[in-house]
Design a protein around this ligand. Sequence first.
Ligand code: ZN
Length: 255
Amino acid sequence: MSEYEIYALKYAGPFVRTGAHLMWYRDWDKIETINYYIWCIKGAGETVIVDTGVTPQMAKNRELNEYVNPVEVLARININADEVRHVVVTHMHWDHAGGVSLFPRATFYVQEDEYRFWLQSPVAGRPPFKQVADAAANAYLAAVENTDRLVLLKGDQQILPGIECLLSPGHTVALQTVAVNTARGTAIIGSDCAHVFRNYTEDWPSSLIVDLVGWMITYDKLREKVSSPDLLFPGHDRRLLENYPAVAKDVTRLV
Ligand SMILES: [Zn+2]
């Protein structure tokens, strides 16, 4: 089977967050710093980008001071965003989907239930959801619906040999994680199923929960699928940058 490497690329951060943001309903008096990332899967002649970061305009609107355009971060490892063909959008929160327009030739892989929720459910327009959405990114995806640039996935689906998207709800209606065949077995880019490693090790979700029961069942599913617990990667942990070999500024190889 095709084998890949996984890279984490920081595009913004560090930001200070309260403990209760990272460990749901706990750690009220603690703080921790986190980063914002995209990921790159590379191997077998393919490059797949997981999540998109945000556009310079959105970074300005959200006052992301430590922001670098993801296009520039990708260039540090010789990836030209203009030429990227495959982009997995794990979920449609602004910090993950906001940069879709940075990949003008890509096909985007999104869970159909996630897409329909953000584009069609009246609930998505209510304040708690609206504040984590990016209307411009959603409109960009809507404009390529029904073309070969948008693939709406229904549950677990392989997109390339050795790369499988896994329906992993809890943080959003239909978040998807990405299982990748690596030299060490199956690794999982878990996105915001966990903000930090502790969510997995302590079996405790982070925040912005739409389905707590679903979230816990997702943890069972990911643990069963991954070859080793240390190959299950969270979405915002600063350790993704600190504990792995750097291959360029703010880019590390996770496996
Ligand atoms: Zn996030």
